[in-house]
Design a protein around this ligand. Structure first.
Ligand SMILES: Nc1ncnc2c1ncn2[C@@H]1O[C@H](COP(=O)(O)OP(=O)(O)OP(=O)(O)O)[C@@H](O)[C@H]1O
Ligand SMILES: [Mg+2]
Length: 364
């Protein structure tokens, strides 16, 4: 298991998907998926249910044949290579452990299938179980373990093969929030320590943002954007990415230069635009209160008054909906414990910077 930890290299071409496509009778599950992943990178496939994440992963693993396109690893075309010769490990949402085998046998199974010598199997199983912190539980059956522990066994079983690529399909979605958090950190730590190039399928944006080097956002079988968490959040390429990654207000309007007329408001925006557009603002970038936000030149601030129509106390944050002219704008403030929630019916001032607006052409 001793593999040197490697930082993602600059050369992105360790794993290449080229125009990958999967058509079922009546569905185009994956359409023209092209991307390059560097050695040692952890890349998330993020998108709503049915967007083609699992299908993409299964094509990579060789479990679903591609309708068109190529899968290349280190220059070798694997498109028609059977799964067991692809040197990839897979971890599923359902764990897929053998219920009648104990932890050690579950972990050893893949090595036995590969006819690895007995002594070496024993050694590697001990190492893999230690890596996922299950030492001492080797003799238990899956039914005698918690969900988190079962997922660790599934991870050990994938790692023990020493694959060059690890594929995760929503491995944490059956776990409670706290355990999911712990497992994220742990998987990331192991992945970086071993330097294993990995793809992590999730529909949870927080998971993708916090764990991964880069994120591929998918929508209806297509790649919408591939970038670092910061790229996606700060500079979403499309309205879909903006609304899927992070929360957004979404207002329809008509743009002329750096101004958008929307629902009785005139907003100063980032960049210049023309015609029908949607303007988006992150609720937490909007400041409530008289003082408001300031910009160096004073011009690039949108300031307006409105009426609070709803306030939700959510612990860490307080969320309010404010009616401004003909629009409703969601605002989120961190809860600093001052004890004052914006009261329903109160008149409040909102402000946000032009540079915190995101503007996209309206869908035709
Ligand atoms: N074997 C199949 N036969 C026909 N259609 C399929 C098959 N497998 C998947 N699909 C369709 O392909 C599309 C993509 O499915 P896929 O399982 O890849 O989505 P997903 O992004 O993994 O979704 P989820 O988040 O719900 O797991 C869906 O419309 C699905 O109904
Ligand atoms: Mg899926």
């Amino acid at each position: 298991m001793a593999r040197a930890g490697t930082a993602p290299s600059q050369d992105k071409a360790f794993l290449v998907l080229h125009r990958l496509r999967k058509a079922y009778d009546d569905t185009l599950a994956v359409d023209d998926l092209t991307l390059e992943i560097a050695k040692g990178e952890l890349v998330a496939f993020l998108g709503p249910s049915g967007c083609g994440k699992t299908t993409s992963l299964r094509m990579l693993a060789g479990l679903t044949p591609a309708s068109a396109g190529r899968i290349v690893v280190e220059g070798r075309d694997l498109t028609h290579v059977p799964p067991y010769q692809r040197d990839m490990g897979m971890v599923f949402q359902s764990y897929a452990l053998f219920p009648h085998m104990n932890v050690a046998r579950n972990v050893a199974f893949g090595l036995e299938m590969r006819k690895v010598p007995r002594g070496e199997i024993a050694q590697r199983v001990v190492e893999a179980i230690a890596l996922v912190r299950l030492t001492g539980r080797e003799q238990r059956r899956p039914s005698e373990l918690s969900g988190g522990q079962q997922q660790r066994v599934a991870l050990a079983r994938a790692l023990v093969i020493r694959p060059s690529i690890l594929l995760f399909d929503e491995p944490l979605s059956n776990l409670d929030a706290k355990l999911r958090d712990e497992m994220r950190t742990e998987i990331r730590e192991i992945q970086q320590r071993l330097g294993i190039t990995s793809i992590f399928v999730t529909h949870d944006q927080v998971e993708a943002l916090t764990m991964c080097d880069r994120i591929a956002v998918m929508h209806q079988g297509r790649l919408e954007q591939l970038g670092t968490p910061e790229d996606l959040y700060e500079r979403p390429a499309t309205a879909f990415v903006a609304s899927f990654v992070g929360r957004t207000n979404r207002l329809k309007g008509i743009a002329r230069g750096d101004t958008v007329e929307t629902g009785g408001l005139s907003l100063r925006t980032c960049g210049t635009h023309q015609g029908d557009v949607v303007v988006m603002m992150r609720p937490h970038r909007i400041v409530l209160g008289e003082a408001g936000c300031v910009s160096a030149d004073g011009r690039a601030v949108n300031r307006m008054t409105g009426c609070v129509i709803r306030t939700v106390y959510a612990g860490d944050v307080v969320q309010s909906d404010v009616r401004v002219a003909d629009s409703i704008i969601a605002v989120e403030q961190s809860n600093r414990g001052s004890g004052e929630l914006p009261a329903v019916g109160a008149t409040v001032t909102l402000s946000f910077l032009a540079r915190d607006t995101l503007v996209y052409p309206a869908a035709p």
